[in-house]
Write a protein that binds this ligand. Structure first.
Ligand code: GAL
Length: 450
């Protein structure tokens, strides 16, 4: 079926973490059940024309009720680690203040079920679903959010810290600030530099504050990380203006959040458009942006080819679409380019401050079809195997990469793309909620069984 037969779990070593990643809004559904408050995604998806086919996550995979079945799938597929996120407004409907015990109970059930099955739960505190009540006060543009986020982090540590060993403060801040606060294509739909820059600064401060809140509340031996999106960036040509454009895009996509957390500040020199972020600094912020994470979650799907463009404001650069380049693409129109993950692990590994890298997301959407109850997703199998081989290449060259999580377990709500593109090792029929394990799921299970 594929020519990646050299792949063997044992080559990654005994302590390598394999798992799958998910996010609350994409799977849980039950958007207003048991006292949950609305999040920005509950509200944003009601706007006409924002989401493909007018879809929303109100039901999604109904993980809220079906979690026992889905967690049993992990067991069936030999998957030892499960990453999920906490919906902030499920446990704090207003974002702060009164706690919703039924929300706490739900996550306790999920955690306890994982542990009973012998699956290690990994928690992300924030995967983009801000309580709408906080958005009404300015959301990430309002500095008050830093204190609220810190309190939310402390609360999660208090309720779940006795059983969760691995924590991730935030998921992909570049994506939620870029798509949600600059382009307005994700919740909450704000646009422009006046929203983007304060959102970036307050999210960056919250990543470090959240880390500190967790560290002071959690027992020793707990590992605290945060996840960062990255795409391997290459210039379209050897012309120096394309090379300079590529460096600006690299600063934006790959360095914007990791560098301040490492104490290097924002990459303003490469990306002068960021200069105005200083406006949102208060005394002592340089120090506050730093946090010594136990691990960094690296999330990579593709590479980007960059060309100079006079017409694109702030960036002076544009991405050359994969389809135009006539390369192999996924259903997200992202180029299939496995060396990207190798290059990004190398790039992150060069930072002296990073202790450990876990690939917390990698995966692909392809149009899956169920034929006689079977989903023979050969392209996904090939994608995953080729990426795993690239992770192994980086590891064998001495990079500190110690984990790999597939995005994702079951098909789910793919943000602005709704239920269009299908990711995951398990197919979901969104009418009947029937789960069918794809051949990629069986293949991953065999790999993990070694
Ligand atoms: C990431 C995100 C996930 C998922 C994935 C596939 O950016 O963290 O929530 O949607 O991409 O697009």
């Amino acid at each position: 079926m594929t020519d990646n037969d050299g792949l063997n779990k044992k080559l990654f070593g005994e302590n390598f973490h394999f798992g799958v990643s998910t996010a609350a809004y994409q799977i849980e559904g039950a958007h207003d059940a048991d006292g949950k408050g609305p999040s920005i995604w509950d509200v944003f998806t009601t706007n006409k024309g924002k989401i493909l086919n007018g879809d929303n996550g109100s039901i999604a995979c109904d993980f809220y009720s079906r979690y026992p079945e889905d967690l049993r799938l992990l067991k069936q597929l030999n998957i030892p680690n499960f990453r999920f996120s906490i919906a902030w407004s499920r446990i704090l409907p207003q974002g702060f203040g009164k706690v919703n015990q039924k929300g706490i109970d739900f996550y306790n059930r999920v955690i306890d079920t994982c542990l009973e099955l012998g699956v290690q739960p990994w928690v992300t505190l924030y995967h983009w679903d801000l309580p709408q009540a906080l958005e009404a006060k300015g959301g990430w543009t309002n500095r008050e959010i830093v204190a609220h986020f810190s309190d939310f982090s402390t609360l999660c540590a208090k309720f779940f810290g006795d059983r969760i060993k691995y924590w991730m403060v935030m998921n992909e801040p570049t994506v939620f600030t870029g798509a949600g606060y600059f382009f307005g294509i994700h919740a909450p739909g704000r646009r422009g530099m006046k929203n983007f820059l304060p959102a970036v600064h307050h999210a960056a401060l919250s990543i470090a504050e959240g880390g500190r809140a967790l560290r002071s509340a959690l027992p020793s031996g707990t590992e605290i990380g945060s996840t960062f999106s990255c795409s391997y960036v290459e210039p379209y040509s050897t012309k120096s203006r394309d090379e300079r454009a590529a460096r600006r895009v690299d600063a934006l996509l790959n360095r914007l959040f990791i560098e301040p957390s490492l104490g290097m500040g924002y990459p303003v020199q490469e990306l002068p458009a960021l200069k105005k972020i200083e406006k949102y600094f208060v005394k002592g912020d340089e120090e506050k942006l730093k946090f010594d994470f136990d691990f960094v979650g690296l999330q990579n799907y593709t590479r980007e080819i960059v060309k100079h463009s006079f017409f694109v404001p702030y960036l002076g650069a544009k991405l050359v679409a994969a389809e135009k380049r006539k390369v192999d693409v996924t259903a997200m129109k992202w180029e299939v380019y496995p060396p990207a993950i190798y290059q990004m692990i190398k790039q992150f590994d060069r930072y002296p401050g990073i202790r450990k890298i876990i690939v917390t997301e990698n995966g692909a959407a392809f149009p899956d079809s169920v034929v006689d109850g079977e989903i023979n997703d050969v392209r996904r199998i090939d994608y995953l195997e080729r990426h795993l081989l690239e992770v192994l290449r980086a590891k064998n060259e001495g990079c500190k990469v110690e984990g790999y999580f597939v995005w994702t377990l079951t098909g789910n709500f793919e943000w602005a793309e709704g239920y269009g593109p299908r990711f995951g090792l398990v197919h979901v029929d969104f009418v009947t909620q029937k789960r069918t394990i794809k051949n990629s799921g069986y293949r991953f299970a065999n790999f993990l069984d070694a």
